[in-house]
Write a new protein. Structure first.
Length: 129
């Protein structure tokens, strides 16, 4: 069984129906795949969709019905904070939300489905573009 955490970049590409998003669609269609989304990522998606004037409720319903949402807790926040500090040493604009995704992936042995260039050369990342 393959397990993925999908970041905001990949979910948004799926929701807009892009070519990169079709790769996400193919993975969602696989039978032996577990899909996760970080709660912070869900907030990113809702913000992006709402800022574009699109239906964020539909986006919310789709993401939450097609993935298990991983909650943020104190321990994950601690892991994420230290990971974020490490990543910023080599990638000056590595975001905190990206660090949450990476921390969840490492904690749960997940692959990260993304098109975000910040994840280039990170062993957990599977780039869709």
């Amino acid at each position: 069984m393959t397990k993925y955490i999908i970041d905001a970049y990949a979910w948004v590409e799926y929701l807009i129906g892009s070519d990169a998003g079709s790769k996400v669609k193919d993975i969602l269609a696989e039978e032996k795949t577990d899909v996760y989304t970080c709660a912070v990522t869900l907030a990113e998606i809702i913000s992006k969709v709402a800022r574009e004037g699109r239906d964020f409720e539909t986006a919310y319903d789709f993401v939450t019905s097609n993935s298990s949402v991983v909650d943020v807790d104190e321990e994950l926040s601690k892991e994420t904070g230290t990971l974020h500090a490490e990543m910023r040493k080599v990638r000056k604009d590595f975001g905190l939300a990206d660090a949450y995704v990476l921390a969840v992936a490492r904690r749960n042995d997940l692959k990260i489905l993304t098109g975000d260039i910040h994840f280039k050369n990170i062993r957990e990342a599977v780039l869709i573009r």
